[in-house]
Design a protein around this ligand. Structure first.
Ligand code: TXA
Ligand code: MG
Length: 341
């Protein structure tokens, strides 16, 4: 584990970054911060490295990985053709929390794309992520650095909790900023379609390229999602999570019921409401409801906190499904495995 201050000059020449880069060149896997969540990086061109990523995470091999780049020039080797809209998105949002699904040249390991003809690519903004990718000189495949199914890591401690002993190293750059993963958009469809809501909102995308579609699987229609990863239960604490609609009053009702059944209860709430549930055994506030970005920032940490308690059932407040709220509700719905009250 290496601690690195992301605000120093010339990060690329730091010994910790250089060591991480040499490990990546040797096809080892290394975790590092990005502006969204911590990623578990490996050489995207190497079957051996990609195999290690899947093994460390216990990830199903039909779930493809995002390739991380540090320059637009790297795209030449990775994707065969950018349409105009994809170019506009790159100009507007890279580096940043936006992943583009593009036609693949087939140069990355076929384990990265899980056999698909497309490849997912993003350029992260976090200075440490950028420095590591640049220093390695490679395209770096990096899923979130959690065990498959667990909430994604937003601190190095989360990474170690899940993956200690399974990875060659972890760069500790402090808490990640956005807190939820990048938005994944399919640039091979017309209009361009959101496959996974994330750090860049639908509204932001539409301001740049006009109409943007949404994978029907996202709006609950009974269809297989186009992004293979979206079909799994995910981000889940050990105790079952229920998303409760109808505000605090409704949560107090279901808490009462659970108390009558002698269940240890947890509530996922916000700063504004955190003192409103004296009947719950454990209350976690994840940021301010009036600042949804702060909820996104704290969400995974909050979900993880329940695992250090003995709660048997968790009730979560629900959030408006707009802006970054779309990503928050998508992750909560996954954590809840669709349970709603
Ligand atoms: O913010 C992020 O995107 C983080 C950081 C580390 O960059 N990474 C991340 O990776 O969230 P991961 O592996 O946890 O999620 C990748 C998502 C999955 O839902 C996967 O199915 C989808 O991207 N994906 C990857 N390649 C795809 C492709 N060719 N077509 C459709 N979906 C794809
Ligand atoms: Mg993930």
């Amino acid at each position: 584990k290496w601690k690195v201050d992301k605000f120093v000059d010339n990060l690329k020449s730091y010994p910790q970054i250089r060591e991480a880069a040499s490990l990546l060149k040797a096809n080892e896997v290394v975790a590092f911060p990005t502006e969204t969540v911590y990623g578990l990086g490996g050489n995207a061109l190497s079957d051996e490295a990609i195999k290690k990523i899947y093994e460390a995470k216990g990830r199903p091999s039909d779930n493809p990985l995002i390739v991380h780049v540090s320059s637009v020039k790297q795209l030449d080797d990775l994707c065969s053709g950018l349409n105009e809209q994809a170019e506009e998105l790159i100009k507007a949002f890279w580096p940043g929390p936006l992943t583009l699904i593009l036609p693949s040249t087939g140069h990355v390991s076929e384990k990265v794309t899980a056999g698909l003809s497309t490849v997912a690519i993003r350029m992260p903004e976090d200075p440490i992520a950028k420095a590591v990718i640049e220093a390695s000189g490679l395209p770096i495949a990096a899923p979130s650095a959690n065990l498959s199914g667990r909430p994604s890591p937003t601190t190095a401690a989360h990474v170690l909790r899940d993956l200690d002993g399974r990875v060659a190293g972890v760069i500790d750059g402090g808490e990640t900023g956005v807190g939820v993963e990048s938005t994944v958009v399919d640039c091979t469809s017309k209009p361009i379609t959101i496959l996974r809501p994330g750090g860049i909102t639908k509204e932001q995308l539409e301001a740049v390229i006009g109409e943007v579609g949404e994978d029907p699987a996202l709006t609950g229609q009974d269809k297989a999602p186009k992004s293979p990863g979206m079909k799994y239960r995910h981000y889940a604490p050990a105790a079952p999570v229920y998303i409760v609609h109808g505000g605090m009053e409704r949560i107090k009702e279901v808490l009462q019921q659970a108390n009558n059944e002698n269940k240890k209860t947890g509530v996922l709430t916000t700063d504004e409401n955190k003192d409103g549930y004296p009947e719950a055994d454990f209350v976690v506030a994840c940021g301010r409801r009036s600042v949804p970005e702060s909820v996104a920032h704290h969400l995974y940490q909050a979900l993880r906190e329940f695992d250090d308690t003995d709660v048997e059932i968790i009730f979560s407040e629900s959030f408006p499904n707009e802006g970054i709220g779309a990503a928050i509700m998508n992750r909560l719905t996954k954590a809840a495995g669709g349970r709603e009250l």
